[in-house]
Design a protein around this ligand. Structure first.
Ligand SMILES: [Zn+2]
Length: 270
């Protein structure tokens, strides 16, 4: 009986230690560019034709107490910070700007590129992977389908030298429930979102481009340029279930009003 009690106590101790294995202790929102577009309806077919819209574009620097820094998305290329009038994407009548470089924003936090141990990207569009090559030492975390899609694009979205971690489906990244990649295809075929568990803030889902702005989320609208509409609808439903299950917030990357309202680096969420 006593041996059994001791064994049970040991198991409970191990479980308790396991539960404390690691957690995200900081999440920084970093301004990684913004865009002005002249016609919102390219993102919401049939709705608000000719109405302009501004987009935010965030990077999220996450610190895990035992794994170190993970950067989620890298924004539009840093070189845009030197182009005051911005760069226009004619097909979308959208002009991109950068108020600061990602590297300068990280430096202001005392973080060097080599300190970023993991680099996870939602998908390979240029406003998300603009600075991947600045982090050659980081393990690049991307869905296998997205990686293969990117490698076939002319030109390739990036030519990273990184060690790759190719994911198929959902993945508890560090095995402790602190960061969970959620497969959310549709916008692109290997698109992913990230569920972040924060001690004080609670659970937050970083959308990537599973949805672009709040009214598209509220009405489950899919942009005109999109890889697979049915997949996009299914991915939004999946995210809605995660939000309900975890009582999580959805942080929509390109939704400028809600992004502007959030604390930005050097402030952080914990
Ligand atoms: Zn995109």
């Amino acid at each position: 009986m006593r041996a059994l009690f001791q064994t049970l106590t040991l198991i409970l101790l191990l479980l308790a230690t396991g539960a404390e294995a690691g957690e995200v202790d900081r999440l920084y929102v970093i301004d990684c560019g913004w865009a002005h577009a002249t016609d919102q309806s390219l993102w919401s077919p049939g709705v608000n034709a000719g109405v302009p819209i501004d987009f935010s574009d965030n990077c999220y620097l996450i610190h895990h107490d035992s794994e170190g820094y993970l950067l989620w998305d890298t924004g539009i290329a840093d070189r845009l910070a030197a182009v005051p009038d911005g760069v226009t994407v004619p097909a979308l009548s959208q002009t991109w700007h950068r108020s600061q470089t990602l590297l300068a924003a990280l430096a202001a936090l005392g973080v060097k590129p080599a300190d970023v141990r993991y680099l996870a990207v939602s998908h390979v569009h240029p406003d998300h992977v603009g600075n991947v090559e600045e982090f050659p030492d980081a393990t690049l975390i991307i869905q296998k389908a997205e990686w293969e899609y990117g490698q076939k694009l002319p030109p390739k979205p990036f030519s990273p030298k990184n060690k790759l971690q190719l994911i198929e489906g959902d993945k508890d990244l560090f095995g402790d429930g602190s960061l969970t990649v959620l497969s959310t295809p549709g916008h692109t075929l290997g698109h992913q979102s990230l569920l972040v568990h924060l001690k004080k803030t609670g659970d937050v889902v970083l959308s990537g481009d599973a949805v672009h702005f709040q009214s598209n989320w509220d009405n489950r609208r899919v942009p005109g340029f999109n890889a697979d509409k049915a997949q996009s609808m299914a991915s939004m439903e999946k995210l809605a279930h995660v939000l309900a299950d975890k009582h999580a917030q959805l942080w929509i990357n390109h939704d400028k009003p809600s992004s502007d309202a959030r604390r930005h680096a050097p402030e952080f969420y914990e």
